[in-house]
Design a protein around this ligand. Structure first.
Ligand SMILES: Cc1ncc(COP(=O)(O)O)c(C=O)c1O
Length: 422
C-alpha cells in the first residue's frame, strides 16, 4: 500500500496488520500500535462501558461521562435480559447453587438445572436431546469441529459468522465458499466436491446484513446432492417462527434439518449456546466437541435465567409480535428517510455509510445526540458496505424509535446527501 499511514490512517484496516513485525510473536506489530494511536478517536466508539442494563434506553460512558442513550445496539430482542421474573429466578439459583459451576459438564459442572434446561430445549425444539455450551461461539465451533473430519467438506455461505468458519478450520476439513444466499453458487460448489461427505452451513438471520438465510432454496439444492445442512439460528431463535423455533420454523423446514444450533446470548438475553438433535449424534458430540469437554459449564445462575427466559419467550408470543411490529416500522421509516438498509428484512438493520472516516465521525455525532448504534467496519463487511448496525427490540416504544429516527434525520441524512452531491 503506497499511502503513508500517518497521512491517511483511514485507508488502512485490520487486514493490513496480520504479519508479524518482530521476532517475538507476543509483541504486537509496531505499525498496528501506531495505527491505533492515529485512529484513537475512531476506536473510542468500540468497547463503550455500559453503565446500566441492556434496556431500550440505557446509559453508557461517553468521553468519561454518563450519557443516556436510545439503545439500538443490543441483542436483547425480547427484553428478557432484565425481565423481573428472570432476575428472580437468577437470584434464587444464586442462593441454592452459588456462583460458578466450577467444572466441565463432563466431570463436575453439570447441575440439575443444566439437565433441566437440556430437557426443556429438546422439548421446545421437538428433538430427542440437547446439549449446552458456555458460549455461542464455542457451541458453533465445537459442533462443527466435533462432527466434521479431514476428509469432509464444509460449504459455507461467504457471509458466514467466524465461529462457523473457525469450526471448519479447526476440523481441518476442506472448505468451499458459495455466494451469499445463492442456490446456483451452492450447486456449483457441491458439484465440485462430490466425492466427500458434505455439510452446507448457513444462518437463519445473517448478523451483519440482517437478511434471512434463503433456507428453502438452499435446502433443496443440498438435498439434491445428498448433503446435510447446518443452520446457525443465533439471531433467529425465539425471535422468529410462530412458536419462536427460529428461521427453520418460519420457513417450515424444521423436519429437514437434523441438528438445531442457537445461542442464549441474543433473544434469551443471557449467555451460552446449544445444539439439539438425535440422542446418538449428541452422545458422540459430547465427547468430541472440545469447547464442551474441556471448558467449564455455564454458571447455574445463568441456566436458571435461561430457563425462565425460555418459559417467557414461548408463553408470551406477544413479545415476538411486538419485536416484528417495531422492526417493520423502523425499517419502513429508515427507507423513507432514504437510508440504505441493504438486504435487511428483519430486526437487524445495517445503515450503510460506505466510507470509513465518515462512519466514525457520524458515530460520534450520534452518541453525542444520544443514539447508540454499532459501528461495523471492514473486514466484518465489505469496504463499500461499512455501516452502522441497528437492532430493534420488543421493548422499544414508538417514542424511542421516533426519537432515534429524528436523530438520524438530523445527522445521517444530510451527511449522505452531501456524499451524493460530492
Ligand atoms: C451468527 C452468529 N453465530 C454465533 C455467534 C456467537 O454467539 P455468542 O455471542 O453467543 O458467543 C454469533 C454472535 O454474535 C452470531 O452472530
Amino acid at each position: 500500500m503506497h499511502t503513508s499511514m500517518n497521512d491517511d490512517p483511514a485507508k488502512f484496516s485490520l487486514s493490513n496488520f496480520l504479519a508479524g513485525e518482530s521476532n517475538d510473536p507476543l509483541q504486537a506489530p509496531a505499525s498496528f500500535t501506531n495505527w491505533m494511536r492515529l485512529c484513537a478517536w475512531a476506536a473510542e466508539l468500540y468497547e463503550p462501558e455500559l453503565l446500566a442494563s441492556a434496556d431500550a434506553r440505557t446509559v453508557i460512558d461517553y468521553g468519561g461521562k454518563p450519557r443516556p442513550v436510545i439503545n439500538l445496539c443490543s441483542y436483547n430482542y425480547l427484553g428478557l435480559a432484565n425481565h423481573p421474573e428472570v432476575l428472580v429466578a437468577a437470584h434464587e439459583a444464586l442462593r441454592t447453587h452459588g456462583m460458578g459451576a466450577c467444572g466441565s459438564p463432563m466431570l463436575s459442572g453439570m447441575t440439575d438445572l443444566h439437565r433441566e434446561l437440556e430437557r426443556r430445549v429438546a422439548k421446545f425444539l421437538k428433538r430427542e436431546d440437547a446439549m449446552l455450551f458456555n458460549s455461542g461461539f464455542g457451541g458453533a465451533l465445537g459442533t462443527i469441529s466435533g462432527l466434521l473430519r479431514k476428509s469432509d467438506v464444509a460449504l459455507l455461505d461467504n457471509r458466514s459468522h467466524l465461529s462457523l468458519r473457525d469450526g471448519a478450520v479447526l476440523s481441518r476439513c476442506r472448505t468451499e465458499k458459495f455466494e451469499h444466499n445463492d442456490p446456483s453458487s451452492l450447486d456449483a460448489a457441491l458439484s465440485r466436491q462430490k466425492a466427500r461427505r458434505q455439510l452446507v452451513i448457513v444462518e437463519g438471520i445473517y448478523s451483519m446484513d440482517g437478511d434471512f438465510g434463503n433456507l428453502k432454496e438452499l435446502l433443496a439444492i443440498a438435498e439434491s446432492h445428498g448433503a446435510s445442512v447446518f443452520i446457525d439460528e443465533a439471531h433467529s431463535m425465539l425471535g422468529c417462527g410462530e412458536h419462536g423455533r427460529g428461521a427453520a420454523e418460519h420457513f417450515g423446514v424444521e423436519n429437514r434439518v437434523p441438528l438445531v444450533y442457537g445461542t442464549f446470548s441474543k433473544a434469551f438475553g443471557a449467555l451460552g449456546g446449544f445444539v439439539a438433535g438425535s440422542k446418538d449424534t449428541l452422545q458422540y458430540l459430547r465427547f468430541y466437541a472440545h469447547p464442551y469437554v474441556y471448558s467449564c459449564a455455564l454458571p447455574p445462575v445463568v441456566i436458571a435465567a435461561i430457563l425462565k427466559a425460555l418459559e417467557l419467550g414461548t408463553s408470551q408470543p406477544e413479545l415476538r409480535a411486538q419485536l416484528w411490529q417495531n422492526a417493520d416500522y423502523f425499517h419502513a421509516q429508515l427507507q423513507s428517510l432514504g437510508l440504505d438498509t441493504g438486504a435487511s428484512t428483519t430486526y437487524v438493520m445495517p445503515i450503510v455509510i460506505g466510507d470509513r472516516e465518515r462512519m466514525y465521525r457520524l458515530g460520534h455525532e450520534l452518541r453525542r445526540r444520544g443514539l447508540w448504534v454499532a459501528p461495523v467496519d471492514y473486514p466484518a463487511v465489505p469496504q463499500n458496505r461499512i455501516c452502522f448496525r441497528a437492532c430493534v427490540t420488543a421493548k422499544h416504544t414508538r417514542a424511542d424509535l421516533d426519537e432515534a429516527l429524528n436523530i438520524l434525520a438530523d445527522t445521517l441524512v444530510p451527511a449522505m446527501l452531501q456524499k451524493q452531491s460530492a
